[in-house]
Design a binder for this molecule. Structure first.
Ligand code: UDP
Length: 448
């Protein structure tokens, strides 16, 4: 263990941010760096499984009572006030500790305060980006887009002010918020994200959970206007054994169910940890899936479908042809690796996109919000490893795209080629591994 270097890793306290930052923390521990990983107290109580050994866990309050629903804006507000005050106090004590003080912070770029507070205290802070580089660049260009009137974000017009994407990025592919589909540019969530990206892009370095082979042009554009950029992903592909930091209990009973199916005969469906859909949208997905005739495994978190209890959802799936299986939370990486799964109907969250890419699995994307609109455009129009339903949720479109993704040799070949490249990228001499080594050296130099 390198006693002179002690890194505090602080993710935005949501599943899709905890996962890659924990993988990053594990990679640091593996090369002998001392790491403290910061959760919120609420999440630490919920964590279903053990953490990797060698990692110190600490927690701060997020300022909300346990039973609070933690909706996006209320949660953000609370983290920026109560969470930020608790973080400052903890950081001060960690930096001044007599034994192994914290020498460097790697914080999630979603929280500007988590980078600005250590900088104020004279501690170097790096920003970790849990989104794709392409969506990061789109967020970075957001003020320019609004200034030039490239709105509303629902139109089919090509966007001219995101460099390198002029030929395929439409306004509909820009990051989307929750509330106004007609005026995506005015959505408070998108504006908050864009502001955070603008502020944290000034950190002394940006770390991306992506590979240069996937996002070379976007990474180059980001690097041209900011500090040092490291592309070290997909981090989860570095080790298949990392403990899962799931906030929900994984239902691995579905693995035996998958064992009973033919190769590539099952559609895996998940919209991640945050998306919430209406009952009408649920019905469109269900009808479309049932019409394909394929068996499907659907991860349906409690509360994911508005106003409908888990029991009613199971009943509806059971009544739709008997080929569907529901779990509340799937062991997703194992599911995507299973020979019986033929395609992934996903919201194109960045972790899900990477997990799918590493397995060479065709995707059907129905992006929900923020970065997912841009990710799904890349899947459908640039990498061609899947199809993009974009903002359309109709049973006929679900049926057609799932059938095509299950059957298309072109899509499968593109997905397999990408998987092969990513495996090279994370291998010992691959570009992501070299970038990780360069990053560790950078952190060690900052820490002296
Ligand atoms: N996930 C899982 N089981 C599920 C659904 C999701 O393990 O049933 C994991 C998935 O593997 C991924 C993360 O949750 O690592 C979701 O992150 P992503 O960026 O895809 O989407 P978000 O939840 O942030 O919208």
């Amino acid at each position: 263990m390198d006693a002179a270097v002690h890194v505090l890793v602080f993710p935005w306290p949501r599943q899709g941010h905890i996962n890659p930052m924990l993988q990053f923390a594990t990679a640091l521990v593996d090369v002998g760096v001392q790491v403290t990983f910061l959760h919120t107290e609420h999440n630490l109580r919920r964590l279903a499984q053990a953490h990797p050994p060698g990692l110190r866990l600490l927690s701060i309050p997020d300022g909300l009572p346990d039973e609070h629903p933690r909706g996006f804006l209320a949660f953000m507000e609370s983290m920026c006030t109560a969470g930020s005050a608790a973080y400052r106090a903890l950081l001060l004590s960690l930096v001044c500790a007599a034994d192994a003080p914290v020498t460097c912070v790697v914080a999630d770029g979603t929280m500007p305060f988590a980078i600005e507070i250590p900088e104020e205290l004279g501690i170097p802070a790096l920003s970790f980006v849990t989104h794709s580089a392409c969506s990061y660049l789109a967020f970075l260009c957001m003020p320019k887009l609004v200034e030039l009137g490239e709105t509303p974000f629902t139109a089919d017009d090509l966007v001219s002010s995101v460099p390198g994407m002029e030929r395929f990025l439409r306004r509909r592919d820009l990051p989307r918020g929750l509330y106004c589909t007609e005026q995506g540019d005015g959505d408070p969530l998108v504006l908050k994200f864009a502001e955070a990206v603008g502020r944290t892009s000034k950190a002394c370095a940006l770390i991306f959970n992506t590979a240069t082979s996937m996002e070379r042009p976007a990474l180059a554009h980001v690097a041209s206007g900011t500090s040092d950029v490291f592309a070290i992903g997909p981090l989860h592909a570095r080790s298949s054994s990392a403990a899962s930091p799931s906030l929900w209990r994984e239902d691995d009973g579905c693995m035996a169910w998958l064992d009973g199916h033919e190769d590539r005969s099952v559609v895996y469906v998940s919209l991640g940890s945050l998306a919430v859909i209406t009952h009408a949208q649920f019905t469109e997905f269900l009808s479309g899936l049932a019409a394909t005739g394929y068996a499907f495994l659907w991860a349906l978190r409690p509360g994911m479908v508005q106003t409908t209890s888990p029991a009613l959802l199971r009943e509806a799936v059971g009544a739709a042809g008997g080929k569907g299986r529901v779990v509340e939370w799937a062991p997703q990486r194992d599911v995507l690796r299973h020979r019986a799964v033929g395609c992934f109907l996903t919201h194109a969250g960045w972790n899900s996109t990477l997990e799918c890419a590493v397995e060479g699995m065709p995707m059907v994307c129905w992006p929900f919000f923020v970065d997912q609109q841009t990710n799904s455009r890349f899947v459908g129009a640039v990498w061609r490893t899947g199809l993009d339903m974009k903002d359309v949720c109709q049973r006929g479109v679900v049926e057609r795209t799932v059938r095509e993704a299950m059957a298309s040799d072109e899509i499968r070949a593109a997905a397999q080629a990408m998987a092969q490249q990513l495996r090279l990228d994370v291998a010992e001499t691959g570009s992501s591994s070299s970038e990780l080594e360069r990053l560790v050296r950078f952190i060690r130099e900052l820490s002296v």
